[in-house]
Write a protein that binds this ligand. Structure first.
Ligand code: ZN
Length: 61
């Protein structure tokens, strides 16, 4: 598999890591939050985590 090198690739990997972290935080929250699990909707915290993930995803492109 080809691995890109250099500054751009490093920045891209950093953004991907941020995105993965934000996504994990969101998933972990929904798994342990009663409101998210039983309500079937994002609670306030989940909405914030989802927004953080979306922002990270947008900048990872
Ligand atoms: Zn929640």
């Amino acid at each position: 598999m080809h691995e890109p090198t250099g500054q751009v690739a490093a920045q891209h990997r950093a953004n991907e890591a941020t995105m993965q972290t934000a996504y994990s935080a969101f998933i972990r929250h929904t798994q342990k939050c009663d409101e998210c699990r039983t309500g079937g909707m994002d609670c306030v915290t989940a909405a914030e985590l989802r927004q953080a993930y979306r922002a990270a995803k947008a900048s990872a492109r």
